[in-house]
Design a protein around this ligand. Structure first.
Ligand code: SOE
Length: 400
C-alpha cells in the first residue's frame, strides 16, 4: 500500500467520547495500514478546559467557533461527540461543506433529526458518513457476525439483548443525558441503540415490528450542577456550599421492548441505567436452529458458542477467546499475540481504521455503520417509544 495521505480531522466536543476518539486518532496509524493517516487538526467545544484537553491529546488547534470548522478548506473529516440535539445541525453543515462526517451514537435524539442527517448524507456527492456504533468492532462481536453470515446458526429463533449500567442513581446530577430536549431519550437512545445495532449487525436482519414496550423514569428530580462542573457520567452531585437546586429528568431511566425480526425471530431488548451492580453489561444471546451464541462486554474478549450440529454426547457451551489473529479472528492481528487481550479503547481504534479505509475506497473488516444504516436503528428506537407511550404494537413500516 502506498504511503498514507494525511486526513485533517476536526473533533467537535471533548467529553468522555472526546477522549476515546482522540485516542483512536492518535493510535490508528501505529497499528493499522490505511489509505489515510489522521492529522489531529482542530478540536472545538465550549468547555472552559478545552486548551488543556487539546494539549493533552495533541490537537494542533482549538477553539469554540464551529462555523470556522465547516468553512475551513483544511478540514477533511468532521467528528461529532456533542450532545444528541447538536448532531443534526453540525452533521448537515459539515456534509453541505463537502466534508466527511462521523457522529457518535445514537445518530440523533429524534427521528426527524436522524432523517434529515440521512438525507443530507444521501445528497452528498463524495463525502462519506459514519456513526460510531463501535461494538461491531469488538473482535468477538465481529466474529459473531461472521459466523451467522457463514450460516453456522441457521434459522434464527431468538435474540435476547440487554445493555445494563447502574450509574443513573439519585446521586447523579441533571446531566444533558437526562434532558429530553438535548438527549431525545435516556437509557433507550444511549444503550438500546447499541444493542439494536448489534442485533441487526449480527443477524443481518431488520426488525419489522415492536410488539410491546415499557419505559420508566425512576428518578424524577436530579440536582442541577453549575456549568463548568464535571459533565461526564461519573459526575456526582453533593456540592456542600450552596443550597441545592433540582430539575426534572425528562427521559427514561429504563426501556424494555419485544420485537420481531424479518426472518421471524422473536426478540427482547432491555436498557437500564439503574441495573444495580451491572456497570457496563452489554449482553446479547442469539439462538438458532444449528447453534447459539452468547456475548457479554464485561468479558469482552470471549464469545460463547453452542454447536447444535455435534452429536448429543459432544454438545456443550464452549468459550472462544477471540484473540487469535493468526487463526483469523478479526482485528486482533493488528494488536497483540493470542490471549494478550484488548479492551474498550481498541474498539474505537478499530473503527477509526475502518473509517479511513472506507474514505480511501477500501473495504472495512466488517460492515461499518453509515447514516443510512444508523437511521434504521433510529426507526426502531422510535417504534419502541411509540409502543411504550401508546401501549400498542408498532410496525416499522409505519415509522419512516
Ligand atoms: C454511557 O452510557 C456510555 O458512555 C455510552 O454512551 C457509550 O456508548 C457506551 O459505550 C458506554 O456507556
Amino acid at each position: 500500500m502506498a504511503k498514507p495521505k494525511p486526513l485533517n480531522v476536526a473533533l467537535i466536543g471533548s467529553g468522555f467520547m472526546g477522549r476515546t476518539h482522540s485516542n483512536a486518532y492518535l493510535k490508528v496509524a501505529k497499528f493499522f495500514k490505511t489509505p489515510y493517516e489522521p492529522v489531529m487538526h482542530s478540536v472545538c467545544s465550549l468547555e472552559p478546559t478545552l486548551g488543556v484537553f487539546a494539549d493533552q491529546w495533541g490537537w494542533q488547534n482549538h477553539g469554540s467557533d464551529v462555523d470556522a470548522i465547516f468553512n475551513s478548506d483544511e478540514i477533511d473529516l468532521v467528528d461529532l461527540v456533542t450532545p444528541n440535539h447538536l448532531h443534526a445541525p453540525h452533521a448537515i453543515a459539515a456534509l453541505e461543506a463537502g466534508k466527511h462526517i462521523a457522529c457518535e451514537k445514537p445518530l440523533a435524539g429524534t427521528l426527524d433529526d436522524a432523517r434529515a442527517m440521512m438525507q443530507a448524507a444521501k445528497k452528498a456527492k463524495k463525502a462519506k458518513s459514519f456513526c460510531w456504533f463501535v461494538y461491531r468492532r469488538v473482535p468477538a462481536v465481529a466474529m459473531a457476525h461472521q459466523m451467522v453470515k457463514e450460516g453456522k446458526l441457521g434459522r434464527i429463533y431468538h435474540v435476547r439483548a440487554a445493555y445494563l449500567q447502574d450509574w443513573g442513581g439519585p446521586e447523579t446530577p441533571l446531566l444533558w443525558r437526562f434532558k429530553g430536549k438535548q438527549a431525545g431519550s435516556g437509557a433507550h437512545g444511549d444503550l438500546n441503540a447499541h444493542i439494536i445495532d448489534m442485533a441487526r449487525f449480527i443477524t443481518g436482519e431488520e426488525i419489522t415490528e415492536v410488539t410491546g414496550a415499557i419505559k420508566e423514569t425512576f428518578i424524577k428530580q436530579r440536582e442541577i450542577i453549575e456549568s463548568g462542573g464535571k459533565n461526564s457520567i461519573s459526575a456526582k452531585s453533593g456540592s456542600k456550599s450552596k443550597k441545592k437546586r433540582y430539575g426534572k429528568s425528562t427521559v427514561d431511566d429504563a426501556l424494555l421492548f419485544l420485537a420481531r425480526f424479518k426472518g421471524g425471530a422473536c426478540a427482547s431488548f432491555e436498557a437500564s441505567r439503574l441495573a444495580t451492580g451491572d456497570k457496563n453489561a452489554n449482553r446479547i444471546e442469539i439462538h438458532g436452529e444449528k447453534g447459539a451464541l452468547r456475548y457479554n462486554f464485561e468479558r469482552a474478549n470471549e464469545l460463547e458458542w453452542y454447536d447444535n450440529t455435534l452429536s448429543g454426547r459432544e454438545q456443550g457451551w464452549s468459550t472462544i477467546n477471540v484473540t487469535r489473529g493468526d487463526d483469523g479472528h478479526p482485528y486482533v492481528g493488528n494488536w497483540w499475540p493470542a490471549a494478550h487481550i484488548i479492551g474498550y479503547e481498541h474498539t474505537f481504534v478499530n473503527m477509526a481504521a475502518d473509517m479511513l479505509s472506507v474514505i480511501g475506497n477500501k473495504k472495512p473488516v466488517v460492515p461499518i455503520c453509515d447514516f443510512k444504516d444508523a437511521y434504521e436503528t433510529q426507526r426502531v428506537l422510535e417504534a419502541a417509544v411509540l409502543a411504550a407511550d401508546n401501549r400498542c404494537p408498532v410496525k416499522l413500516s409505519e415509522v419512516k
